[in-house]
Design a binder for this molecule. Structure first.
Ligand SMILES: Cc1ncc(COP(=O)(O)O)c(C=O)c1O
Length: 284
């Protein structure tokens, strides 16, 4: 079955050409995106993703007028047309099409939205979580407003490629010897005293929606959280480590730069937290 995408008002086969050459997203990465997880036909953490989408649009001053009700209809229709009930949904909104010039066009453009879906298997992700993942570290060379979920992802793509070339799943990014976050996930450790440590919200990390729900889940488990930056050495000495994102949920980290974390197995607290996260994120 050919994949169907929503492209600026129409549902089209992905194989059909439909790029606007002068879309500012294409030429300047002047746009934002969201990635949502759908399990058994239901969007997880939907309200959080919708709220961040609006925050990102505001952050770049993109005048996107579509109501949340209409957006939600398209989010369901694109799944239906692809006959998927378990999927990752990608939505991107650019400022729109205008003759190429760096400043925003004087005459406001209509933002262009595209939406694609790809199959997702929670069972496969659960199996990976039992094994855990390896990560590598590298310098954080991104711009200063990574709290906006913009489509400007070249440093993230380069970091992920380097991780892949080293047979790792994710790259953690380092600024002044402290971990900021992963190339497409937030970074966490559980230290010797049992505290969960993750970097606080600022313009140096993307405020993950999974991170937000995990913080709620943590409260229900009665665990202690320290929202502060942690060093590379603290990460290596951690009892457990994990990443969070819509596609990885809560994913244990067993090795950082080939050094074993804890006993080198998926951490038991992390796996508990993964279950607790599912309770919070899955719509009831
Ligand atoms: C840089 C970065 N940090 C964190 C996250 C996690 O965000 P979320 O939990 O909303 O998927 C992502 C997700 O794509 C990301 O790209």
């Amino acid at each position: 079955m050919s994949r169907i995408a929503y492209v600026d008002g129409f549902y089209r086969r992905l194989s059909e050409p439909h790029i606007y050459v002068e879309d500012r997203g294409y030429q300047f990465s002047d746009g934002i995106y969201e990635v949502c997880l759908v399990v058994d036909g239901q969007y997880w953490d939907e309200a959080g993703h919708m709220a961040r989408l609006r925050r990102s649009l505001e952050g770049l001053d993109i005048p996107f007028q579509m109501s949340s009700a209409s957006l939600k209809i398209i989010m369901r229709e694109v799944l239906r047309r692809n006959r998927l009930r378990d999927a990752l949904v990608y939505m991107q909104i650019s400022r729109g099409v205008a003759p190429r010039d760096h400043p925003f066009p004087d005459k406001p453009t209509l933002p262009v939205m595209v939406m694609t879906v790809k199959p997702y298997s929670l069972a496969a992700n659960d199996a990976l979580a039992q094994k855990g993942i390896k990560i590598v570290t590298m310098p954080d060379i991104r711009w200063g407003r990574v709290d906006i979920k913009s489509i400007s992802l070249l440093p993230n793509a380069l970091a992920k490629q380097e991780a892949k070339s080293k047979k790792a799943y994710e790259a953690w990014l380092l600024k002044e010897n402290k971990i900021t976050e992963g190339s497409s996930s937030n970074a966490w450790i559980i230290n010797a005293s049992g505290s969960l440590v993750t970097r606080p919200l600022s313009n140096e990390i993307l405020g993950g929606i999974t991170r937000e729900s995990v913080l709620k889940a943590v409260t229900s488990l009665g665990l202690k959280v320290e929202e502060r930056a942690f060093t590379y050495e603290e990460a290596l000495e951690a009892k457990e480590a994990f990443i969070t994102s819509a596609s990885s949920l809560v994913m244990p980290v067993t090795h950082i730069d080939d050094q074993q974390i804890g006993d080198g197995q998926a951490g038991p607290q992390t796996l508990k937290l993964r279950d607790a996260y599912k309770q919070v994120a899955r719509p009831s």
